[in-house]
Design a protein around this ligand. Structure first.
Ligand SMILES: [Cu+2]
Length: 255
C-alpha cells in the first residue's frame, strides 16, 4: 500500500494536471488510506507496514507541498488542511492552544431526538469536553470516539462531573437514532451526549470553533476542553491520546 502511494506521487507533479493528480492522490490517501495505518502505528506497537506507509507519506507530502497547497486550498481564510495533516504526520502528537470562541445560540437535536441548544449543552455547570465526529467515518472519528471512551473510563466515578459532547458534522446521515447506536458502540455513559441538527446550524457550530474545513472529508482531529462557563477553550489539535486529554483536563483544575 505504501509502495502504491509512493508511485502515485512520483509519477505526477510536472504539469498542472499532474499536480492536480498528486493533490487528488494525496487527498485520497490522507482521507481514506493513510490514517488507519498511522493511527495503528501510534496506538499499538509499530508494525513494519505501518512504518513504511508513514515514511512514504512523509516523502510524498514534502515533495509536492507547493503544488498540493495551491490546488487544494478550500478556504483562503483558513490554513490548508493538507498542510496541517502533513504537519501532524511529522510531529505525530498534538498541540494545544487557548481560545475564546463566540458560540452562536443555535438549536440542536440530541441523540434521543430531543431539541436542545448549543449554549445549553456547553454551558453546563461542569467542565466540558467536545469533539466533532460523523458516524460513517473510518479514519479520524473512530479514534476520537475511542479516546473519549477511554477518557470516560479513566475518569471513573468522576465522569459524572464532566460533560462530554460529540457533534456530528454529517447531519444529513447522522440522525438521532444513528447517533444513539454509535454512542452505544462506544459505551457512552450518561455524561456523554451526541448532537445533530440542521445542516446550516452544524456548519455554524463548526465555524464558531474554527473547525469548519468545507466538507467532512477534510475534517481534522480536534478536541475542545473548557473548565467552566467563564473559562476560555483549550483547543487540542491532533490525535491526543486519552492520557493526553486527561492531562489537559487536569490542567483546567478538574479532578
Ligand atoms: Cu472522521
Amino acid at each position: 500500500m505504501g509502495f502504491e502511494n509512493n508511485n502515485k506521487c512520483d509519477a505526477s507533479g510536472n504539469t498542472a494536471a499532474g499536480v492536480r493528480g498528486a493533490a487528488l492522490a494525496l487527498t485520497l490517501a490522507l482521507s481514506g488510506t493513510a490514517f488507519p495505518p498511522i493511527l495503528g502505528a501510534a496506538a499499538s506497537a509499530t508494525g513494519h507496514d505501518n512504518h513504511t506507509m508513514q515514511h512514504d507519506m512523509a516523502k510524498c507530502g514534502s515533495a509536492h507541498a507547493p503544488g498540493v497547497h495551491d490546488q487544494t486550498m478550500q478556504d483562503p481564510g483558513e490554513d490548508d488542511p493538507h498542510a496541517h495533516h502533513r504537519q501532524m504526520l511529522e510531529r505525530k502528537g498534538y498541540s494545544s492552544s487557548v481560545h475564546d470562541y463566540a458560540l452562536p445560540d443555535l438549536t440542536l437535536v440530541d441523540m434521543n431526538g430531543k431539541t436542545t441548544s448549543l449554549l445549553k449543552e456547553v454551558n453546563a455547570d461542569r467542565p466540558v469536553m467536545l469533539n466533532f465526529i460523523f458516524t460513517t467515518c473510518t479514519t479520524i472519528c473512530p479514534v476520537l470516539s475511542a479516546t473519549f471512551a477511554q477518557v470516560q473510563q479513566q475518569l471513573g466515578d468522576a465522569r459524572d462531573r464532566v460533560r462530554m459532547i460529540s457533534i456530528t458534522i454529517d447531519p444529513a446521515h447522522d440522525t438521532p437514532a444513528r447517533l444513539h447506536a454509535y454512542a452505544a458502540r462506544f459505551s457512552a455513559g450518561p455524561q456523554w451526549q451526541f448532537l445533530t441538527g440542521d445542516p446550516n446550524d452544524i456548519v455554524a457550530v463548526q465555524k464558531a470553533f474554527h473547525a469548519y474545513r468545507g466538507s467532512k472529508a477534510n475534517h481534522e482531529p480536534l478536541t475542545f476542553l473548557r473548565g467552566s462557563i467563564d473559562a476560555p477553550w483549550v483547543r487540542i489539535e491532533g490525535l491526543a491520546s486519552a492520557s493526553d486529554v486527561m492531562e489537559e483536563y487536569q490542567k483546567l483544575g478538574g479532578d
